[in-house]
Design a protein around this ligand. Structure first.
Ligand code: FMN
Length: 340
């Protein structure tokens, strides 16, 4: 088992981080994942410019609760001064325990602004930006990078070195290139290389789909912790499974009842947070991730596209649970993870 981890002065009680996922890692989802045993949850990426212009939408994305802490808030942007102001705002607002800067987003709209992975091509701008942010906040500071713009990873190693020199406290690496998007595979060898070249903690990310993948990433790369994105969208229990395995050497598979309870809980939290109709619209896709691979999920998913109220959503979840437990006695078949 890995030793205890610290980011600056912050003790991390575990080895799992929930990845920032735009449109997904909102407050209700983070609370659910926290409840599933995740050590550190991350917000979706937040525009520093949006903070500067006092955008209501941006400020809403920063809603947080004490129960989810430690919380990492991720900012994106390319202007050092605006980013520094955003960092100071996040610290003053309270609620965040870590500030993360996005050096990895490869969406065109973000790259066009010079933000996200575009910053990996501009080491001197990155240095100025990180120094400005460092001077503006005492929060533990992390950056989330990709491999860079080619497969060698030399840009990543360079940016990481600059980050360390600029007072950044940990590096998160998703080792795919800018052009890869989410295609191909994450090059875990690059995480290993990074870990060997810097002294601040490294959090490895990319393609962890089950407990065994997580253990493999930790042992292959020597990274200090791991970050999980897409797998947590369909199975938030993966976080507790990994934490359990690291502590005890074993883990359990959630029962159907655990899964349906989580769906109910998420539904109620979404409705409390976003209001009934907007929440129902979002839940149409969110709930469908949880049932991926379950017997009879296609009928459930079809019905989900029509939910408009809390009563309707909760009834539908219960009905699906009943139909499954009558035929499968509450035990998850081993092929639950199968994509269908
Ligand atoms: C829907 C979606 C939204 C994402 N949003 C962000 C984001 O806001 N900030 C960020 O740094 N990465 C974002 N990512 C990348 C993830 O944080 C993560 O690096 C990537 O999915 C690889 O990890 P995984 O294989 O565990 O999913 C996003 C990925 C997805 C699929």
């Amino acid at each position: 088992m890995k030793s205890h981890m610290k980011i600056k002065n912050l003790d991390i009680n575990g080895h799992t981080f929930l990845a920032p996922l735009a449109g997904v890692t909102n407050l209700p989802f983070r609370l659910l994942v926290k409840d599933c045993g995740c050590a550190v949850v991350c917000s979706e990426m937040i525009s520093a410019k949006g903070i500067f212009y006092n955008s209501e939408k941006t400020l809403d994305l920063m809603a947080s609760k004490n129960e989810e802490r430690p919380l990492s808030i991720q900012l994106f942007g390319a202007d050092p001064d605006t980013m520094a102001k955003g960092a100071a705002f996040v610290e003053k607002l309270g609620g965040a325990d870590i500030l993360d800067i996005n050096f990895g987003c490869s969406v065109k709209k973000i790259i066009k602004q010079g933000a996200g992975v575009a910053l990996m091509k501009e080491p001197e701008l990155a240095r100025v930006l990180l120094k400005s942010v460092r001077a503006a906040t005492r929060l533990p500071l992390t950056i989330k990078i990709r491999s860079g713009w080619d497969h060698t990873g030399s840009q990543a190693l360079n940016i990481a070195r600059i980050a360390q020199e600029s007072g950044v406290d940990a590096i998160i690496m998703h080792p795919r290139t800018a052009a890869q998007g989410f295609k191909g595979t994450a090059d875990w060898n690059l995480i290993k290389k990074l870990k060997q070249q810097i002294t601040i903690p490294v959090i490895g990310n990319g393609d962890i789909n089950c407990v065994e993948d997580a253990i493999q990433m930790l042992s292959h790369t020597g990274c200090d912790a791991i970050m999980i994105g897409r797998a947590a969208m369909k199975n938030p229990f993966i976080l507790s499974q990994i934490e359990d395995y690291l502590k005890t050497g074993s883990y359990t598979t959630p029962s159907y009842h655990d899964i349906f309870n989580a769906m109910e809980k998420l539904t109620c939290m979404y409705i409390d947070h976003f209001g009934e109709l907007p929440a129902c619209r979002m839940l149409r896709s969110r709930l469908s991730w949880f049932v991926k691979g379950l017997p009879g999920c296609s009928g459930f998913r079809k019905n989900l596209s029509r939910i408009n109220s809390k009563t309707q959503a909760l009834e539908m979840i219960r009905k699906f649970e009943n139909s499954i437990s009558q035929t499968h006695q509450g035990i998850i078949p081993p092929d639950h993870k199968a994509d269908n």
